[in-house]
Design a binder for this molecule. Structure first.
Ligand SMILES: Cc1cc2nc3c(=O)[nH]c(=O)nc-3n(C[C@H](O)[C@H](O)[C@H](O)COP(=O)(O)OP(=O)(O)OC[C@H]3O[C@@H](n4cnc5c(N)ncnc54)[C@H](O)[C@@H]3O)c2cc1C
Ligand code: FES
Ligand code: FES
Length: 1352
C-alpha cells in the first residue's frame, strides 16, 4: 500500500498539515487520518468546551466555526461544522474557532455567549457551546440583515434536551431586526395585547402587567463586529500563496492522500481502486464509526478546482461533485431569482429538499457527489436528480463519459454503474421546460434534520396548450433497496388527460408497482405504500392548481376548494411566546433574590465552555480508557468468552470479566437482581459482559469488538408486553389500588365502554452520555470516582459492594451533569461499577464516556405501558366506575419498575373524581435492557391512559371533550383513590385561567369552520389537566442533608445532597442560603456534590430536591445564623465579614449540618391508607395542532400552559422546567419512538434514527403562566416542585392531534371512539385517517410474516 505517484514530479510535494485554532498556528507533521477534529481539540489541545453528544452529526454539541480563504470568491467564508465528523486531515489551511476562542468569563464573554445565558437558554449547558458556535458563525457571515428565519435555519442541526428551545430563540432574537411580543409588559407603550388583540392569549388584568421580563436586554453587551477575532493574516498569506494543498499521512490503519490536481487524483484512484473519496465525511465517517468499516486508503479532493467548479450551461447548472450542499443551495437560489419560473421548477424542488436535508453543519460540508455516490435508498437528492433527468460526468485515467441518472444508474443497495477507477466529476441539474411541472416531497418522522421514510420527485410535461401527458417521471426513495423510477405507472399515464380518471389509474397502478415485502427493513410498510399514493395525490392536486392558475390551458378539472390546503408546502412561522409570573412583593429587599428570575449560576461558564463536565477533567498521566463488551443476544447461555484476539490488539492493557470482581457481582438499586458483569447467562441485548481497557478510547472500542462470545440461545425470548402477558412473565408483587364499589358503579352507569392504549417508551437522551472516571487512591482500598450521576450515594454503595470494601473507602463526586432526567438515577451505576473494577484491577485511573449508541443500548429508558380499561359513565359524561389494568415493560431486572408502576397507579385517575375505581399494575419481565426512572416516573403513562378513556367517553357521547373533562374534575376536599385528601386544590383555577388565556371557545369555533372547509388538513384542540403527587413513594427517601461552611474571609461553601443536572438546583439552594444568611449570592459557592460531605443522600429525583435539600440548607443556615446573631446584635453596623471574623475569634463553630425529613408520609397498599405524597402540583394546558391527513405530519400551532408552582423560588428556572418538561413530553407523545427488532435488538441508537424535538417543533404560539397567589404551605418559602409535573401537559398536543384525526374520520363516515397509540407519529396519524388511497394498500395479515420491528 505504498504510493509512488508523481507528486514531486508535478511539483506537488506533500505538505505538513497547517491549521489555526483560536488564532494559534498548529503544524502537524504526523496527523492521524482517523482522528476527528473533536478528538484533536479535546484530547490533544485540551479545548474541552466543544462537546461530544453523538459522534454522528446529529446533535450539534460539537459545532465549531471553520474559516477558509476561498480563491474562487476571493474572500474568507465561515462555516459551522460538526467537529465529530470532520477528519483532522481535512482541515489543512483552515482556521478553527471554538467556543473558548470567542470569549470567557475569566476575561470577557462574547455577546453570543452572554445572551443565551441571560435569556435562560442554558440549563445543563451541554448543548450550549454548540448552539453558541452555530449562532456565532451566523453572525460572522451576516450581522446587519439577520432575520429569525436565518437563526432558525442555523439551529436545524442543534439539539437541546433541557430548555424547550424557546429561551434560546428569545435571547438570540435580540440580534435580529424582529421584535417579539412583550407578553403584555409594555401595556403602557402600545403593547399589542393592550390594543384589544385578545384573540392571541390576551392579558386583561392590569396587575399582570407587573410581571417583569425574565431578562433585561439593556444588560446585554452590545455586538461589535469590529472586535471579532480576525482571520489569521499568516493563513491568509499561506492561502493566497497558492500552496498545493497536498497531504500524505499514514496512520495506524489508514493512509490519507490529498492530491492537488485532477490528474493526480485519477492516477491515485487507478492505483487504489478501492480507495474512498472523502469530501464531507458525513457518510464515510458514519460507516467507519458505527458500521465497523475500514477504508485503508482515503483520497481527499479538497484542493481540486474541477471538483468544486460551478458552471451555467445551456442545459442547466453543472456542479463539481465536491460542491457542498450549501454551495448548491446558494447557487440554485440565485438562479431561481434570475430566471423565469418555467426554467426553474427542478431547482425549486432541489431547494425544497435541501430545506429539510440534515442540518446546516452537515450541508456545509456534505457534497452533492457524496449524496449521489452513497446511493442510499433514502437519499433526498437522488429522486429529484433522477426525475429531472440529470446527467453525470464520470472520469478516470481512461477518459470521461456522461451518463444519465435513470434506472440503469443505481444497480442495487448502495451500488452504482460507476466503474472501479472512475470518479464522479460533476452533476448537471437541468432547467425545466415549458409545460413541465415538477415537485419533490420528503416525509420523515421529524421535519427538521431527519432521514426520509419516503422521498419522491415527480415530473409531468404536457403537450403544449393541453393537459395531455407527454412525458412523466415518478421517482421514489424509501421503497426499494435503491432509488427507483415508477416506470410502469409513468408509461400508463402518457397520452392521458390530467384529471380524476388519470388519478384513479395512477393510484391503482402505483399500488401495484410500489410494493414492499411486509418484513422490509425500516418497517412501516403499509404507511410507506400509502405514502407513495398520497404524495402522488398531492402532486396531482398541485399540478391541477398550477394549471388552473395558468392561462390558455384547455379543460382543466376543477380543484375543489377543500383540497387546496393539501397543495401547500409546509410554511414555518417564527414562534412567539409569552411568559407570565408573579413579581416578588413590593418591599422585598433588593438583595433578597428568592422569587426573582435569577440566571442559572453556571450559565455563563456553560456558554463559554469553561464549565467542567466529567469528561472534561484533564487526563491523569497514567490514565486508561475502557470500552464495554455487551451481549448481542436477548436471552442466552454464555458458552465461552474469548479475549485472546482483543488482547493482541494495539494499545490494549487488559480485559475485565466477572472473575476480576473482588467483591459481589450482584447489583441493582433496590433488589440485587442484576450482574455487574454477566457470567453464564445474558438476559438482554446490551447486557454488559466485560470490558477492554486500552491506552485510548478508540483502541479500547476496537478491541471490545474483537472479544468473541459464544452463546446458546435460551427460549422463550420475551420482548414485548404482549409476549410477557402470554408467558405470564411478571415481577412480583402485582399492585392494586381500589376504592368504592366497582360493581355497583357499573350497574348504575348509563354506558359502559372498553378500550386500550399502548404508550411507547422514551430514551432519556441527556446530551452528555454516561461517564465515570475512577481513580484508585493506593491505600486501604480507597477509590475516588468522578461520575455523571443523580445518585452519588447509590453509586458509592454499589461500587463498594463490588470491590468488597466498606462504603467509607469510596468517594463519589459529582460536579454537574449534562442532563439526567432520571436516566442517571440508577442506571449510571452499570458503568461506574465496571470502571471501578478495572481501575481497581490495574491500580490506575480509568475513564469511560459511553458513545451515544452504547449508552442507548445499555441504559434503558422510560417504561412502555399498555393500558386496558372499562369505564362506566352517565349520559352527562360523569364517570361512575373505572376498572383499569396497566402492564409496563420493565426489561430484564426490577430496577425501579415497581415504584414506577406504583406511581402510574397513584395517577390513574389523573385529575378526575371517580367514586368507584380499581387499578391493577403488572410489571412485565422481558428480555430488554432494564427500563428505569424518567421524568414523571410512570405518572405520565398512568395519566395518558386516563385521558384516553376520557376522550373515548366524550367521543362516544358526541360531547365536547372539555365539557366531559370539566364535570369530572376534582373539587377541594375530595379523596383520591388512595384516600389522600386534596387540600389547597388549585385545579379549577388553572383550568379556568387556561380556558380564558387560550381563548378556547373562540379557537374551537374557528377550528370547526376550518375543518368544514378542508378535507386533507384538519385542525384539532384539546385542554388537559394534570395533578402530580410530590414526594418519593418510598418514604425513607424523603430526607436530605446539607453542610455549610463559613470561612474566615466571609465566603460560604454550601454542600447539599442534591446534584445539578441543569435543573438549577444549585442556583435555588444558593438563593435559599442567601436569604437565610442575609448575604449576597456572590459570597456563596457550591463546588460539587460528594459522598464525603453529605452522606446517604437520596437520588436527585421525584421533583422533590428543592423541597428536601432546600429545607436542609435552610436548617443548616439557620443554625449558623443563630450562632452569628450575637455578633450582629453587638455590631449592627458591621459587615458580614466582621461578624464572621468576630465569631471565629470567639471560637464559634462556623460549620453546620442541616437535615430535613418530610413529615407525615407513608402509604400502605394493603390497607389503602396513609399519605404517599406531601402535596400535589397542578397544571392545565391547551394545545392546537394542524394535521396533514395525507402524510400524517402535524404542526404545533399553539399551546397555553398554566402551572401552579406555588410561590416560585425562581420564575426563570421554573418556567424553564415547565417549557423543557413540556417539550420532552411533546417528544414522548408525538415523536420519539424506540424501535426494536423481534429479537430485542434496538435499532434506534442515535439522533439519526431516534428523534427528539428540535427547534422547529416548538408551538408557533407558546404561553406559559405561573399561577398567581398560590402559596404552598408544605414546602420551602411556599414554593412547589416543578421538574416533573409539566411533562404530562404535552399530552394536550397528542389529544389535539386525536381531535383532528376524529374530524378526518368523520369526513370518512367514521364517528365511533378509536384507538390511537402514543406517540402519535406521522405513521399512526396517517393510518388513523382512512381514505380511498389507504384502502388500496391493505396491510399483510398479522402472523403471515415476521415484521422488521415490534411494539414493545
Ligand atoms: C446527521 C446527518 C444527516 C443527514 N441527513 C441527510 C438527509 O436529510 N438526506 C440525505 O439524503 N442524506 C442525509 N445524510 C447523508 C449524507 O449527508 C449525504 O449523503 C452527503 O451528501 C454525503 O456527502 P459527503 O461529502 O459527506 O460524503 P462522504 O462521506 O465524503 O462520501 C460519501 C461516499 O461518496 C463517495 N464519493 C464522494 N465523492 C465522490 C466522487 N466525486 N466520486 C466518487 N465517489 C465519491 C465516497 O467515496 C463515499 O463512498 C445525512 C448524514 C448525516 C451524518
Ligand atoms: S457530537 Fe457532533 S453532532 Fe453530535
Ligand atoms: S441545556 Fe441544552 S441539553 Fe441541557
Amino acid at each position: 500500500m505504498t504510493w509512488t505517484g508523481t507528486w514531486s514530479e508535478s511539483g506537488s510535494v506533500a505538505e505538513p498539515l497547517v491549521l489555526f485554532v483560536n488564532g494559534r498556528k498548529i503544524v502537524e507533521n504526523d496527523a492521524d487520518p482517523e482522528m476527528t477534529l473533536l478528538t484533536y481539540l479535546r484530547r490533544k489541545l485540551g479545548l474541552t468546551g466543544t462537546k461530544l453528544g453523538c459522534a454522528e452529526g446529529g446533535c450539534g454539541a460539537c459545532t465549531v466555526m471553520v474559516s477558509r480563504f476561498h480563491p474562487q470568491h476571493q474572500r474568507v467564508l465561515h462555516h459551522a461544522v460538526n467537529a465529530c465528523l470532520a477528519p483532522l486531515c481535512s482541515l489543512h489551511l483552515s482556521a478553527i474557532t471554538t467556543v473558548e476562542g470567542i470569549g470567557s468569563v475569566a476575561q470577557k464573554v462574547h455577546p453570543v455567549q452572554e445572551r443565551i445565558a441571560r435569556a435562560h437558554g442554558s440549563q445543563c449547558g451541554f448543548c450550549t457551546p454548540g448552539i453558541v458556535m452555530s449562532m456565532y458563525t451566523l453572525l460572522r457571515n451576516n450581522t446587519t440583515q439577520l432575520k429569525m428565519a436565518d437563526v432558525e435555519e442555523a439551529f436545524q442541526g442543534n439539539l437541546c434536551r433541557c430548555t424547550g428551545y424557546r429561551p434560546i430563540l428569545e435571547g438570540y432574537k435580540t440580534f435580529t431586526k424582529e421584535v417579539g411580543c412583550c407578553g403584555g409588559r409594555g401595556v403602557a407603550n402600545g403593547c399589542c395585547l393592550a390594543n384589544g388583540n385578545e384573540a392571541d392569549g390576551s392579558l386583561t388584568n392590569g396587575s399582570e402587567a407587573e410581571s417583569v421580563p425574565l431578562f433585561n436586554t439593556s444588560d446585554f453587551l452590545p455586538m461589535d463586529p469590529t472586535q471579532e477575532v480576525i482571520f489569521p493574516p499568516e493563513l491568509m498569506s499561506l492561502s493566497k500563496a497558492g500552496l498545493s494543498g497536498c497531504l500524505r499521512f499514514q496512520g495506524e490503519r489508514v493512509l490519507w492522500l490529498q492530491p492537488s490536481t485532477l490528474d493526480e487524483l485519477l492516477l491515485l484512484k487507478s492505483q487504489h481502486q478501492d480507495a474512498k473519496l472523502v469530501v464531507g465525511n458525513t457518510e464515510v465517517g458514519i460507516e467507519v464509526k458505527f458500521k465497523n468499516m475500514l477504508y485503508p486508503v482515503i483520497l481527499a479532493p479538497a484542493f481540486i478546482p474541477e471538483l468544486h467548479a460551478v458552471e451555467h450551461t445551456e442545459e442547466g447548472v453543472l456542479f463539481g461533485a465536491a460542491c457542498s450542499l450549501t454551495c448548491v443551495g446558494a447557487e440554485l437560489k440565485a438562479t431561481v431569482d434570475a430566471l423565469t419560473p418555467d426554467q426553474t421548477q427542478v431547482f425549486k424542488a432541489v431547494l425544497e429538499q435541501l430545506r429539510w436535508f440534515a442540518g446546516l453543519q452537515i450541508r456545509n460540508v456534505a457534497a452533492i457527489g457524496g449524496n449521489i455516490m452513497t446511493a442510499s435508498p433514502i437519499s433526498d437528492l437522488n429522486p429529484v436528480l433522477m426525475a429531472a433527468g440529470s446527467k453525470l460526468t464520470l472520469i478516470s485515467t481512461e477518459g470521461r463519459r456522461v451518463v444519465q441518472m435513470d434506472s440503469s444508474f443505481f444497480l442495487s443497495y448502495r451500488k452504482t454503474a460507476v466503474q472501479p477507477g472512475e470518479i464522479l466529476l460533476n452533476v448537471l441539474i437541468p432547467y425545466s421546460t415549458q409545460g413541465q411541472h415538477f415537485s419533490a416531497f420528503k416525509q420523515a418522522p421529524r421535519r427538521e434534520d431527519d432521514i426520509s421514510i419516503v422521498t419522491t420527485a415527480m415530473s409531468v410535461t404536457f403537450v403544449t396548450g393541453t393537459t395531455v401527458v407527454k412525458d412523466m417521471k415518478l421517482s421514489y426513495g424509501g421503497m426499494a433497496p435503491m432509488t427507483v423510477l415508477a416506470n410502469q405507472t409513468a408509461r400508463k399515464l402518457i397520452g392521458r388527460r390530467w384529471g380524476e380518471e388519470l388519478l384513479q389509474q395512477a393510484c391503482s397502478s402505483l399500488a401495484e408497482e410500489m410494493t414492499l415485502d411486509p418484513s422490509a427493513p425500516g418497517g412501516m410498510v403499509t404507511y410507506r405504500r400509502t405514502l407513495t399514493l398520497s404524495l402522488f395525490y398531492k402532486f396531482y392536486l398541485t399540478v391541477l392548481r398550477r394549471l388552473q392558475e395558468e392561462e390558455g390551458v384547455d379543460s382543466v378539472e376543477k380543484l375543489r376548494p377543500d383540497c387546496l390546503s393539501a397543495t401547500e408546502l409546509y410554511h414555518h412561522e417564527t414562534p412567539s411566546s409569552i411568559q407570565l409570573y408573579q413579581a416578588v412583593p413590593k418591599g422585598q429587599r433588593q438583595e433578597d433574590v428568592v422569587g426573582r428570575p435569577m440566571m442559572h449560576l453556571s450559565a455563563l461558564k456553560q456558554a463559554t465552555g469553561e464549565a467542567v463536565y466529567c469528561d472534561d477533567i484533564p487526563m491523569y498521566k497514567n490514565e486508561l480508557h475502557l470500552a464495554l463488551v455487551t451481549s448481542t443476544k436477548a436471552h442466552a447461555q454464555i458458552l465461552s468468552i474469548d479475549v485472546s484476539e482483543a488482547e493482541k490488539m494495539p494499545g490494549v492493557v487488559t480485559c475485565v470479566l466477572a472473575k476480576d470482581i473482588p467483591g459481589s457481582n450482584r447489583t441493582g438499586p433496590i433488589l440485587l437482581d442484576e450482574t455487574v458483569l454477566a457470567e453464564d447467562r445474558v438476559t438482554c441485548v446490551g447486557h454488559i459482559i466485560g470490558a477492554v481497557v486500552a491506552d485510548s478510547q478508540l483502541h479500547a472500542q476496537r478491541a471490545a469488538k474483537a472479544v468473541r462470545v459464544k452463546y446458546q440461545e435460551i427460549h422463550p425470548v420475551i420482548i414485548t408486553i404482549q409476549d410477557a402477558i402470554a408467558a405470564q412473565s411478571f415481577f412480583q408483587p402485582i399492585r392494586t389500588i381500589q376504592r368504592g364499589d366497582l360493581e355497583a358503579g357499573f350497574r348504575q352507569a348509563d354506558h359502559i365502554l372498553e378500550g386500550e392504549i399502548h404508550i411507547g417508551g422514551q430514551e432519556h437522551f441527556y446530551l452528555e452520555t454516561n461517564v465515570t472516571v475512577a481513580v484508585p487512591r493506593g491505600e486501604d482500598g480507597e477509590i475516588e470516582l468522578f461520575v455523571s450521576t443523580q445518585s452519588a450515594a447509590k453509586t458509592q454503595s454499589l461500587v463498594a459492594m463490588c470491590l468488597g470494601v466498606p462504603s467509607s473507602r469510596v468517594v463519589v463526586r459529582v460536579k454537574r451533569m449534562g442532563g439526567g432526567f432520571g436516566g442517571k438515577e440508577s442506571r449510571s451505576t452499570l458503568l461506574s461499577t465496571v470502571v471501578a473494577i478495572a481501575a481497581n484491577k490495574l491500580k490506575q485511573p480509568v475513564r469511560c464516556m459511553l458513545d451515544r449508541d452504547e449508552d442507548m443500548l445499555v441504559s434503558g429508558g422510560r417504561h412502555p405501558f399498555y393500558g386496558k380499561y372499562k369505564v362506566g359513565y352517565m349520559d352527562s359524561g360523569k364517570i361512575l366506575a373505572l376498572d383499569l389494568t396497566y402492564y409496563s415493560n420493565a426489561g430484564n431486572s426490577l430496577d425501579l419498575s415497581l415504584s414506577v408502576m406504583e406511581r402510574a397507579l397513584f395517577h390513574m385517575e389523573n385529575s378526575y373524581s371517580i367514586p368507584n375505581i380499581r387499578g391493577c399494575g403488572f410489571v412485565c419481565r422481558t428480555n430488554l435492557p432494564s427500563n428505569t426512572a424518567f421524568r414523571g416516573f410512570g405518572g405520565p403513562q398512568g395519566m395518558m391512559v386516563a385521558e384516553s378513556w376520557m376522550s373515548d367517553v366524550a367521543q362516544s357521547l358526541g360531547k365536547p371533550a372539555e365539557e366531559v373533562r370539566r364535570i369530572n374534575l376534582y373539587v377541594q376536599g375530595e379523596l383520591t383513590p388512595f384516600n389522600q385528601v386534596l387540600d389547597q386544590l388549585t385545579l379549577e383555577r388553572c383550568w379556568e385561567e387556561c380556558l380564558s388565556r387560550s381563548n378556547y371557545h373562540q379557537r374551537r369555533a374557528a377550528i370547526q369552520s376550518y375543518n368544514r372547509q378542508n378535507r386533507w388538513t384538519k385542525q384539532g384542540l384539546a385542554i388537559i389537566p394534570t395533578k402530580f403527587g410530590i414526594g418519593f413513594t418510598a418514604t425513607f427517601l424523603n430526607q436530605a442533608g446539607a453542610l455549610v461552611h463559613i470561612y474566615t474571609d466571609g465566603s460560604v461553601l454550601l454542600t447539599h445532597g442534591g446534584t445539578e443536572m441543569g435543573q438549577g438546583l444549585h442556583t435555588k439552594m444558593i438563593q435559599v442560603a442567601s436569604r437565610v444568611l442575609g448575604v449576597s449570592c456572590s459570597k456563596i459557592h457550591i463546588s460539587e456534590t460528594s459522598t464525603n460531605t453529605v452522606p446517604n443522600t437520596s437520588p436527585t429525583a421525584a421533583s422533590a430536591s428543592s423541597d428536601l435539600n432546600g429545607a436542609a440548607v435552610q436548617n443548616a443556615c439557620e443554625i449558623l445564623q443563630k450562632r452569628l446573631e450575637p455578633y450582629k446584635t453587638k455590631n449592627p453596623k458591621g459587615s458580614w465579614e466582621d461578624w464572621v471574623k468576630n465569631a471565629y475569634y470567639d471560637r464559634v463553630n462556623l460549620s453546620a449540618n442541616g437535615f430535613y425529613k418530610t413529615p407525615d408520609l407513608g402509604y400502605n397498599f394493603e390497607t389503602n391508607s396513609g399519605r404517599p405524597f406531601n402535596y400535589f402540583s397542578y397544571g392545565v394546558a391547551c394545545s392546537e395542532v394542524e394535521i396533514d391527513c395525507l402524510t400524517g405530519s402535524h404542526k404545533n400551532l399553539h399551546s397555553t400552559i398554566v402551572m401552579d408552582v406555588g410561590h416560585s423560588l425562581n420564575p426563570a428556572i421554573d418556567i424553564g422546567q415547565v417549557e423543557g418538561g413540556f417539550m420532552q413530553g411533546l417528544g414522548l407523545f408525538t415523536l420519539e419512538e424506540l424501535r426494536y427488532s423481534p429479537q430485542g435488538f434496538l435499532y434506534t441508537r442515535g439522533p439519526g434514527m431516534y428523534k427528539i424535538p428540535a427547534f422547529g417543533d416548538i408551538p408557533t404560539q407558546l404561553t406559559v403562566s405561573l399561577l398567581r397567589d398560590a402559596p404552598n404551605v408544605k414546602a420551602i418559602y411556599a414554593s412547589k416542585a416543578v421538574g416533573e409535573p409539566p411533562l404530562f401537559l404535552a399530552s394536550s398536543v397528542f389529544f389535539a392531534i386525536k381531535d383532528a384525526v376524529s374530524s378526518s374520520r368523520s369526513d370518512a363516515g367514521l364517528s365511533a371512539a378509536f384507538r390511537l397509540d402514543s406517540p402519535a407519529t406521522p405513521e399512526r396519524v396517517r393510518m388513523a385517517c382512512p381514505d380511498p388511497l389507504s384502502s388500496l394498500c391493505p396491510p399483510a395479515a398479522p402472523g403471515s410474516f415476521i415484521p422488521w420491528d415490534v411494539q414493545v
